[in-house]
Write a protein that binds this ligand. Structure first.
Ligand code: NAD
Length: 261
């Protein structure tokens, strides 16, 4: 890597905690952090899936651990922070990416489903920001939080009402915390993937819906998880992202820029 790129984008010396890190998109972003030089803690519920992700990161020569936890419980998130600090001595990058989705017509949304999506997509981000925000403040070394939202936060999508509302809430929280913690040198940003076929949304990608998505995507294709690596590294790099906070970066092939015609 040339000296300019290394100075701007290197994550050498950083320690990243990635919730949802065993999933398809967040494991790619964790891989990006690792390949840019960070040590990485993947947080999730599935140790078997984690093994595959850890192997890929370690194959790239980086240090990585798995911390099993349910991030909808604050005590579990506090344990994650303690284990990450025990493993690596500090935490400097936090990616809040655990998420779930459920396509349901509005009049059929149950209280149980609403609770589950709210807890996974919003409450977990609040806990992640509370626990790691305090840690970053106490460490006095700055740092950054990257919350994974969705372009459905700003473009309502059919049948994913609760999901879209939680992602809009995460976006609002991100901007509010960017304001709150700028004086402590902590940057808080949001990254919004567009359509990336993955475990949680394959069930809603029937042919008719795919055709509609493509008609509304200027780049006329789905995203691939590796296309999130660069944007995530940029937002978390101390130099390249030094004046970027409260930002909402969409990575969606132009979906959110397209007007219906
Ligand atoms: N795939 C897409 O097209 C898309 C688009 C926009 C936003 N997103 C967002 O990106 C993030 C990752 O999504 P993905 O598509 O990779 O899905 P995924 O299902 O592959 O990954 C989500 C991960 O979160 C974990 N998780 C869920 N609940 C958890 C909990 N309570 N505690 C700990 N871990 C938990 C799951 O085990 C899984 O590993 C999510 O926040 C999702 O909403 C995805």
């Amino acid at each position: 890597m040339n000296a300019f790129l290394a100075e701007q984008f290197s994550l050498e010396g950083e320690v990243a905690v990635v919730t949802g890190g065993t999933g398809e998109l967040c494991s790619a972003m964790a891989q990006g952090f690792a390949q840019a030089g960070a040590r990485v803690a993947l947080v999730g519920r599935d140790a078997a899936k984690a093994e595959k992700r850890l192997a890929a990161i370690r194959a790239a020569g980086a240090e990585a651990v798995f911390i099993g936890a349910d991030v909808t419980r604050k005590a579990e998130v506090e344990r994650v922070a303690a284990e990450a600090v025990k493993a690596f001595g500090k935490v400097t990058i936090v990616l809040n990416g655990a998420g779930t989705n459920s396509p349901t017509p509005f009049l059929e949304i149950s209280d149980e489903e609403m609770q589950r999506i709210l807890e996974t997509n919003y409450k977990s981000v609040v806990f992640g920001c509370q626990v790691f925000g305090k840690l970053l403040i106490d460490q006095k070394q700055g740092g950054t939080i990257l919350n994974i939202t969705s372009m459905s936060a700003i473009r309502p999508l059919s049948r994913v009402f609760t999901y879209s509302a939680t992602k809009a809430a995460v976006l609002n929280l991100t901007m509010n915390l960017a304001r709150e913690w700028a004086p402590q040198g902590i940057r808080v940003n949001a990254l919004s993937p567009g359509f990336f076929p993955a475990e949680q949304n394959r069930k809603i990608l029937q042919p008719e819906r795919v055709a509609k998505i493509m008609a509304h995507t200027p780049m006329n294709r789905f995203g691939e998880p590796r296309e999130l690596m660069g944007p995530a590294v940029f937002l978390c790099a101390r130099k390249a992202g030094s004046f970027v906070t409260g930002c909402h970066l969409t990575v969606d092939g132009g979906f959110s820029s397209m007007e219906f015609s």
